[in-house]
Design a protein around this ligand. Structure first.
Ligand code: AMP
Length: 403
């Protein structure tokens, strides 16, 4: 899958194993973790390494500390939660490089876990600096990348590091993410339907074009539908639209026509007289958006139309909400669609970010086949079929097999 080897295909027993994970969890003002999904999702990899008696050295970023140590972005709460989940001591090293960290790692016993402090306390991390990657690599015998949600970034801990270590592979979360991606994108059971929502066409134009080569039906909702309507010359009142993406929207419509893909657009909207929870609202058809109002959610007829389009689907991928779901008055379209997707008989793959939040708020996560841990990474792999973090593993493995 993706031409790379995984942790369970290489020898890690008793070795020092450096694992890049994504522990970028949300914290509240009291520095308490509000959602530990990202920690739980890499437990299979960590447990696998521990079962192999490896010395497990974990590296991650948290937040955007901009290259300097910031107390509120310390990984200390993560070390504590991980320790509780593993029922094992997880020591937090005060830094991810340097003499003290080196000593801590050298003194590790087989079957123990150390978490190194936030990678982004060093500016070299996001600059993908070779020297920083080399220092990380020097801590271990084996490097594993299990940070799918960060794999679309070319940073030192997932790209440069792979130039300085011989044994490199991907983790079990990465394996799972790529297995679902492959099921949907390489040999999808048809009909294959993609639902793309959210705000901006410009963020997703590459994904939309790529999907046009694979899906049978494309459903467009959310703020981005307004850019499509504007591009088609419709009146959209004061709705959000991206003037710079009108041509891109027309191009997607053109490609969909050329490839014979059924393109579904909203037929009605919940419109509001202002962008506010207190706004006056009404449901109008897509031809009747009043000049001074804005469309903030899809309407009930659209929910019926989209649900009908999903009825015979065998594979569904979804990224982006259908409206401003953060405000109750404009959340019904997104939640109704969550339930349509959850009740379908399809393989359902939810692409991270806001869609993940909506599915959890609707308590329908158990009915989805898979919810990706990556938002940006999910979109980028849909677009390019590859990610810098995955390509780095592949290049390393190709170099090793050529030796
Ligand atoms: P994205 O990050 O592109 O997936 O966009 C997600 C955001 O799109 C959410 O915060 C929604 O509130 C917003 N959104 C969805 N529909 C609309 C709309 N009709 N007008 C303005 N914003 C929207």
């Amino acid at each position: 899958m993706q031409g790379i080897k995984y942790i369970d295909e290489i020898d890690i027993s008793n070795k020092r194993v450096l694992i890049r994970v994504d522990f970028n969890v949300p914290l509240d003002e009291g520095n308490q973790i509000t959602d530990d999904t990202r920690i739980r999702s890499v437990l299979p990899t960590i447990n696998y390494a521990l079962d192999e008696n490896a010395r497990v050295i974990l590296i991650s970023h948290l937040g955007r500390p901009k290259g300097i140590p910031v107390d509120s972005m310390s990984l200390a709460p993560v070390a504590k939660r991980l320790g509780r989940l593993l029922e094992k001591e997880v020591r937090l090293a005060p830094d991810c490089i340097g003499a003290e960290t080196k000593t801590i790692v050298e003194n590790m016993k087989p079957g123990t876990v150390v978490l190194l402090e936030n990678l982004r306390f060093h500016p070299e991390e996001t600059k993908n600096e070779a020297g920083f990657g080399k220092q990380l690599a020097a801590l271990a015998d084996v490097y594993i990348n299990d940070a799918f949600a960060t794999a679309h970034r070319a940073h030192a801990s997932n790209v440069a590091v792979t130039d300085y270590i011989n044994n490199v592979a991907a983790g079990l979360l990465m394996k799972k993410e790529l297995a679902y991606f492959t099921m949907a994108m390489e040999k999808p059971v048809r009909p294959f339907v993609a639902i793309i929502g959210g705000k901006k066409v410009s963020d997703k134009v590459g994904v939309l074009s790529s999907l046009c080569n694979r899906v049978d039906k494309l459903i467009i909702g959310g703020g981005m539908a307004m850019t499509f309507f504007k591009a088609m010359g419709e009146e959209i009142g004061k709705s959000f639209a991206e003037d710079s993406a009108l041509e891109a929207a027309r191009e997607v419509i053109r490609i969909a026509k050329e490839k014979n893909i059924k393109l579904y657009m909203p037929v009605d909207f919940v419109v509001a007289d202002k962008f506010s929870a207190e706004a006056e609202t009404k449901v109008v058809t897509s031809q009747e958006i009043p000049k001074d109002w804005m469309a903030l959610d899809i309407g009930p007829a659209t929910v019926t139309l989209f649900t009908e389009a999903l009825a015979n689907a065998k594979t569904i991928i979804w990224n982006g909400p259908m409206g401003v779901f953060e405000i109750d008055a404009f959340s019904r379209g997104t939640f109704a669609l969550v339930s349509s997707v959850a009740n379908s008989y399809a393989l359902t793959i939810i692409g991270g970010g806001d869609t993940d939040v909506a599915v959890h708020r609707a308590s329908e996560f158990a009915k989805m086949s898979y919810i990706s841990t990556g938002g940006g990474a999910f979109l980028e792999i849909l677009e390019n079929n590859d990610l810098p973090g995955i390509a780095a593993i592949r290049h390393n493995q190709q170099r090793q097999s050529a030796v």
